[in-house]
Ligand binder design. Structure first.
Ligand code: ATP
Ligand code: MG
Length: 686
């Protein structure tokens, strides 16, 4: 037996070898198993095993949750191919060219098939913010925001639209189930969405949902289905529990009989229903085919020590519904996970920093430790403390480098050059010029839209009255790039030179932002074309780092800060979970209905199962909320999450920090009384 197969347990090996070497292509196969049982590792082995046994890597479609996960998967495949096939392991993993996220793969396929589906090849992709802006433009045009003062916000409109698309449900059902307070606007919303779709088509832009929707339509088209489906012998999906209806429709259309289809997931880790993911996808998978899909379950965990696993199992055992069984491990340890009570968020930050540094003293890298939280804003106090103590960190799932306005300005310029019909980009860009407001920008864009070569036509279109000298410079910059004088990525330099005076004028901290622009140029140099750069950055932007530059600190050691959602699939030696209190976990926003509450429980399970050697759940007695409810910003007196009731405390080492003289219960009571009065006094003044 090949060495890479020997390391696997029996169940893993049967999943890796499933159908390989048999007659024809086997499947469908579902691998469903708990956290850390080697699902992702097994999938990587399966890909490598297929390649080793002669499958052309270009005929494998592999879909993961993030680009990072895809890269990690390619690395594992490469290692095995290298072992077995010799030095050209990298050649094989590079040939695994169809690996990425659903949206990323969708964008690539659509570029390839654009002629057949009458899509202009130069389409640009709107991120959520751009989409909301376009929704807003259409809303204004229809006059809904003026006449109907309580009309849903642009964000809510987009959320309703997006859920309707991704869940493949009729609008009235989505309104009834998820947005009951907007149900009265049914008719207007229909009009708005029709206008929004039309605007996207006119402007040749696709939003995230379109990437899936167009893909689904392409692959269900009778003339194209066969062609696309037969390009891939194998279609594999990791983290299948977090896919939505539309994504499962795409898979079923690609492989109607399920042959060559392998999906992997854990129903206990389904945490993306807010993006219309549905746990039903994984539960209904076997019966979607005749004969039904084969199922392989894994029950040995290789990641965590037994005490960590026991505690995590106990938490998820209280869930009302679940398919996967409890896990076991051979990793013994005497240490139970820590459940640490601290006074407030600044103490919480100090506790985490002390522990992190302690472990670093003892030889653990910062990178092997991660701090997880429910919502990006929860790490504020910790970020302050880390900065004060000069500890480098990288934050995943928070504010992205690309969210800053100067980076967006630059990207909008690129987008506008790529696709001059993109009005959101054009609007943003023109209004950077002093003297150009929405009305004159709109008038220029209207005139451009009527021309066959909009950028060339700018020479004939009269400049807005108050634009002055800035206008010719703007037109010259666009036309220079449009004429491909410099080409990619040199054109970025032209844009930067044009943009810098505006940056100086608009921002006080221009020099810091200039450094960002230079770094964006460096990042861009790594992409083969403008179009690839724009697509990949829009779909999966790099994460913000502690120096706020957006360039990953590759060679340095840094602590990981991450939302629980973004920590999916990953593991660290030490894990600290912040704010394990009611109000944060479950979040106030997520405690409305039973399904929401169950999802919050699974989030805690996901967080706990990221830890290999030690796990700390921190419970601050007070925490600060940022205007999440009607009372605005305020301190809240917190208690331990309801997901760890008293009966579960036996699985934890319960402590308080800092370790002070034990308070008598009377003293504690007295302290609480004082605190209560203070709260009441504040309440008197609203
Ligand atoms: P999650 O549910 O969190 O996505 P997973 O089921 O995908 O987890 P992996 O990330 O694939 O699990 O594996 C967890 C850890 O266990 C990894 O460090 C992996 O290398 C290790 N592992 C998996 N299978 C084996 C094995 N047979 N022998 C040794 N280590 C293994
Ligand atoms: Mg995994």
């Amino acid at each position: 037996m090949a060495a890479y197969l020997e390391k696997l347990n029996d169940a893993q090996r049967s999943a890796v070898e499933y159908g390989v070497g048999g007659a024809g292509i086997a499947g469908p196969l579902l691998i469903i198993a708990g956290a850390g049982s080697g699902k992702t590792n097994t999938l990587a082995h399966r890909v490598a095993h297929l390649i080793v046994n002669g499958t052309d890597p270009r005929r494998i479609l592999l879909m993961t949750f993030s680009r990072r996960a895809a890269a990690e998967m390619a690395r594992r495949v490469e290692r095995i191919c290298h072992q077995v096939l010799g030095t050209n392991g990298a050649a094989y993993s590079n040939a695994l060219e169809w690996s990425g996220t659903f949206h990323g793969i969708g964008a690539r396929l659509l570029r390839e098939y654009c002629d057949q589906i009458s899509l202009d090849r130069n389409f640009t992709i709107h991120d959520r913010e751009d989409s909301a802006d376009l929704m807003n433009l259409v809303r204004h045009e229809l006059g809904f925001s003026k006449t109907e003062s309580r009309f849903p916000t642009k964000g809510t409109c987009l959320a309703i639209y997006s859920r309707t698309i991704n869940s493949e449900k009729p609008l009235e059902e989505v309104l009834k189930e998820n947005f009951p307070w907007c149900a009265t606007w049914d008719t207007q919303l229909r009009q708005l969405f029709a206008g929004y779709v039309e605007a996207k088509q006119l402007q040749n832009v696709l939003d995230y949902d379109d990437l899936l929707l167009y893909w689904c339509q392409t692959v269900t088209d009778p003339l194209l289905a066969e062609d696309i489906g037969s390009r891939f012998d194998h279609v594999m999906v990791d983290e299948y529990q977090d896919t939505n209806r539309l994504q499962s429709s795409i898979l079923l259309a690609l492989k109607p009989m399920g042959r060559g289809l392998t999906v992997v997931g854990d129903d206990a880790q389904s945490i993306y229903s807010f993006r219309s993911a549905t746990i039903r996808n994984i539960l209904d998978f076997p019966a979607s085919f005749t004969p039904a899909a084969d199922i392989i379950t894994l029950d040995r965990n290789y990641r965590s020590t037994q005490p960590i696993l026991t505690a995590a199992n106990a938490v998820i055992d209280l869930a009302s519904q679940r398919f996967t069984k409890n896990l076991w491990t051979e990793r013994k340890s005497a240490d139970r996970p820590q459940l640490v009570t601290v006074r407030d968020e600044s103490e919480q930050a100090r506790y985490v920093v002390e522990q992190v540094l302690d472990r670093r003293e003892n030889g653990a890298l910062l990178k092997q430790q991660a701090v997880l939280f429910r919502t990006s804003s929860h790490s504020g106090a910790l970020e302050v403390e880390l900065t004060r103590r000069n500890i480098p960190f990288v934050k995943f799932g928070g504010l992205k480098f690309l969210d800053s306005s100067h980076i967006k300005d630059l990207l909008a310029t690129l987008r506008f050059v790529q696709n001059p019909r993109d009005r959101v980009a054009g609007f943003r860009l023109m209004q950077l010029l002093p003297g150009v407001g929405p009305a004159s920008a709109q008038s220029v864009l209207d005139k451009m839209a009527a021309c066959s070569d909009p950028i060339k036509s700018l020479s004939e279109i009269p400049a807005p009255a108050r634009a002055g000298e800035d206008w010719p410079a703007f037109v010259q910059m666009l036309q220079g790039i449009h004429g491909r004088k410099e080409g990619w990525p040199a054109e970025l330099e032209q844009i930067r030179i044009w943009y810098e005076p505006h940056l100086d004028r608009i921002h006080d901290d221009a020099s810091m932002r200039q450094a960002d622009l230079l770094q964006l140029q460096q990042i861009a140099a790594g992409y083969p074309s403008r179009e690839r750069f724009l697509t990949e950055l829009t779909l999966d932007p790099p994460d913000a780092t502690s120096d706020q530059s957006g360039v990953p600190l590759l060679d340095e050691d840094y602590l990981i800060l991450s939302t629980i959602h973004s920590a999916k699939g990953q593991e660290w030696k030490s894990v600290y979970v912040l704010n394990v209190v009611d109000g944060c976990m479950p979040s106030d926003l997520g405690a409305g209905s039973t399904p929401e509450l169950e999802e919050e429980r699974r989030l805690l399970y996901v967080a706990m199962t990221r830890a290999k050697d030690d796990l700390h759940l921190v419970v601050p007695q007070r925490f600060f909320t940022h205007g999440q409810n009607s009372q605005g910003d305020r301190h809240i007196y917190a208690s331990r999450t309801r997901f760890i009731p008293a009966t579960l405390l036996q699985y934890f080492e319960c402590t308080t920090w800092p370790k002070v003289r034990q308070e008598t219960s009377k003293q504690a009571e007295a302290r609480n009384v004082r605190v209560d009065i203070a709260a009441r006094m504040r309440g008197m003044w609203g």
